[in-house]
Design a protein. Sequence first.
Length: 452
Amino acid sequence: MKKTRKLLCAILAVSAMLSSMMVPVSAAYKNGRYIQSTITFIPYSGFGATSIAHFNNALWEWNNASSRNLMNRSPTLRHNASYYDTSYNAPDDGKSYIYACNTGSINYMTQLRIYPRSGDAVTSADINFNMHANYPWANSKQQGKYDVWTAFIREAGTVAGLGSPSDSGSVMYMPEKNKLRRYPSNGDKSIIRSIYNHSVNLTSTYTNSFDNKGENTVILDGTMPFFTLQDLVKYSNLIIRATCVSSSEPFKIQAYDGGISVFKDYYFEIQKTLLGESKTGKKVKVRIEGGQLDGLNVIEKNSPQFSIGDRAILFLYQPNMGGGFNVKDSGCYYPVGLKQGIYIENRSTAGKSLYSGKPGDVLYESENVSYDYSMITDCAEQTQRADINRITKEQGVTAARIDLKTYKDNQIPQLYEKNIQQCKAIGVINEYGYNMLRNSTNHYAQILKGTN
């Protein structure tokens, strides 16, 4: 009897411990919002029939898991809005659209707007698939491509109130190339049931601390994959070791679609060029989205933060094509992967001290990833050699005749064209969607207020 009692006490103790451990995990797995009444998504008419069917399948999975009619895809309605308001500042019209647009940026795979922007209850939402060269899409498991269903079910889950878990088996985990995550895991189902298991009094802890002072606040975010060091080098037109010497005042840019956002330019003086063609002592302009101007407060959650005097290694690219907030002939660069492509030297970040490595080396860090100076330079040099070797074979010329800068400059628009051709060929988009995406590369934004 005593043994039985001891065993029962031990089981209860373990159960209590596991329950206490599960509470914070579940809380972190929610974003604090919930769907107030059924949301009906209207797909872009440029999507292929299979993509549209997969949207419906993904939404059914969440409805089934929650035992609620949370989200549907309209069986008949389609929209022709080929431009997603890239400012995230589109008015709340009560409609929920699915887009396939070229945002002009390589950084976000998908983007999401939830309405209203503050409060707990969700009344509508817009989801955009970035059709840029970085994101080759497919409607199945294909080498080197992202699955439409997998990406969409994750964004729809965010609309329903789920957060981002560390469990790679969850459909809310970051989409990866050549991987399918189409069906909610047991953990996903448990979380969504915990959100919608009450018929009344659906409440949450969602707050938007930025909605104040009467300003029109826009918070920018989206699904952005982790960029490895090799990715950063691959997508860079220019890699430099430089010092931030000055910055402009905030200014506004208006996209072709009418969206407006706030930007700021930072100027870096080059100490060393690791990839590309820029001389020591030259200043490079790096454009960062975010800031406050004329009552508009734009918060880009993934933008790097600079201070005058910062020394850094920067992985930079130029779009070399239209779309989004790209300004023609602006001469500016953007960080690859936003803050993933900036490595500040000798500065504390998020409570962690940056420190010197082996004698003569300096450790750089971006988020939770660290590289020393030699690792970055070696990777850049190896990539340049590989590019030159590949081009010599492709074009049948000697290395001395290769203009690597022109090659890198042309790479993004060429890859973009190849990407949308493949998307049309495998049915992700149709002929109409393909033609609209081709046209978007000729549409440029304009600066409404000049820089200093």
